[in-house]
Design a protein around this ligand. Structure first.
Ligand code: GAP
Length: 442
């Protein structure tokens, strides 16, 4: 049984090992924004690439897109975000702090200053950030930073349809930044004002949406299990009628048991023809699909899968973390990352940095770079170097010792079991790739 990780332990490891830093830390930090350090950006990019492979390359009928963050302001009127994308907020008249109305008890004292009866009436607070495009600042120059990547897909539906020879059912996938002026941002990278989304809109024939909704719900949950996430830390949570977003007919979250409790990692939404119909109405452009076989014309229905990339990073970190007590009583912190997302796949370590072992190790590391992310470390006792690699989740350590000079074999050490085997240098890359494949298909 793994010990439960706390958010403080994760924040501390992320800072110590260069996964995640507070944004603008030397100026005291900026709430709701975080920076990804050398290992964090590798982890995030690898998780992103796994999703892209899963949702485009391994699919028959899903194509990719990368739309601009800033879009025509009419997009957000049509999508309903200008009118509906808001949270009811209350302010404390005494300390001026603002809270989501559903997260405080209006009859209780203010959680910040303890003031009694100090809350204002709830007011709707739109979560979109706005700015001005061009030199003139007036109402007609307002643009929004997109609060979801999905709308970039909807407004390109016609372009993709006309240029990609896709036939319904088909999907368009996109990865990108999204921005929301979140008031509660205290849970590390869980909820931030700037974050990344992994979204896919699947266009189907009206009437087929329930079947595709079930399909994507299961498919996305299976994906997380293949990513190595513990099964008993994943669950579905169906939205009740009063929880549905303004665009959704049916919705289900995939939740993970974070250190702060069960929380959404991904939403599967049945969006009907809401978005395409609204864009058709607001743009005046025909967004119907003409079925080449039946000659029927219709506005497709949409089933969306929408996950947070940065939130997935937090889930992967939380799920991987373990503080182990070894047989000899020694403690080790180990991150059990799936080898497909670990920031470093293999570390190459010369036993000592003399007698030519360091040069030999360095040349082996250079060869392996072609195959997967590697790291070369010759500083400190070998035991300490193993611990450093365990703590950043490196699944394989390769040690070059005096025997290597004699028989061209090295020690291959496995992070999770700490077992060691000897492998010929020439077979290393193939052996490690075989081990990765055996882990689980990703
Ligand atoms: N297009 C639909 C949509 O955006 P959502 O449930 O609002 O749906 C989808 O967001 C996913 O985006 C969430 O499951 C979560 O993983 C991520 N997400 C949303 N807001 C976030 C925030 N403020 N910080 C980090 N991730 C966020």
């Amino acid at each position: 049984m793994k010990t439960e990780v706390t958010m403080d332990q994760l924040v501390s490891l992320c800072k110590r090992r260069g996964f995640v830093y507070q944004s603008s830390e030397i100026y005291g930090g900026l709430s709701g924004a975080w920076d990804y350090g050398p290992l964090g950006v590798e982890l995030k990019n690898r998780i992103r690439d796994c999703w892209w492979k899963e949702m485009t390359q391994l699919q028959d009928n899903i194509v990719g897109l990368d739309a601009a963050i800033m879009m025509h302001p009419k997009v957000w009127e049509a999508s309903g975000h200008v009118d509906n994308f808001s949270d009811p907020m209350v302010d404390c008249r005494q300390c001026k702090n603002r809270f989501r109305a559903d997260q405080v008890d209006l009859a209780s004292p203010c959680p910040e200053c303890g003031g009694k009866g100090t809350f204002t009436e709830p007011r709707e607070f739109n979560l979109m950030f706005s700015t001005h495009l061009g030199a003139v600042k007036n109402d007609s120059s307002i643009v929004y930073l997109r609060p979801e990547t999905a709308q970039g897909i909807f407004v390109n539906f016609k372009n993709v349809m006309q240029t990609s020879r896709v036939k319904i059912p088909f999907g368009i996938a996109q990865i990108g930044k999204a921005f929301r002026n979140e008031v509660t941002t205290k849970s590390f990278i869980f909820r931030t004002c700037e974050f990344e989304q992994l979204e896919m809109q699947f266009f189907v024939k009206p009437g087929d949406e329930d079947q595709w909704f079930s399909y994507w719900k299961e498919s996305r949950n299976a994906y997380y299990k293949r990513l190595g996430i513990r099964e008993d830390f994943l669950r579905y949570s169906d939205h009740g009628p009063d929880e549905l977003a303004h665009y959704a007919k049916v919705a289900c979250d995939i939740e993970y048991r974070f250190p702060i409790g069960w929380q959404e990692i991904e939403g599967i939404h049945s969006r009907t023809d809401f978005d395409l119909s609204r864009h058709q109405e607001y743009s005046g452009k025909d967004l119907n699909y003409l079925d080449p076989d039946t000659k029927e014309r219709f506005v497709p229905y949409v089933v969306e899968t929408s996950a947070g990339l940065t939130r997935t990073v937090l889930m992967v970190l939380a799920d991987a973390y373990e503080e182990e007590t070894l047989k000899d009583g020694e403690k080790r912190t180990v991150m059990h990352f799936h080898p497909s997302v670990a920031p470093v796949t293999a570390a190459v370590l010369p036993l000592v940095k003399k007698d030519g072992l360091d040069e030999l190790a360095s040349s082996i590391e250079r060869d392996l770079r072609e195959h997967f992310p590697t790291f070369y470390d010759k500083a400190g006792a070998i035991g300490r170097r193993y611990r450093r690699m365990d703590e950043i989740g490196t699944p394989f350590c390769i040690t070059i010792d005096y025997q290597t000079k004699d028989d061209q074999t090295v020690t291959l050490r496995f992070r999770d079991t700490m077992e060691q085997v000897r492998v010929p240098v020439g077979e290393l890359a193939a052996r490690i790739n075989e081990e990765i494949r055996a882990y689980a298909r990703m």
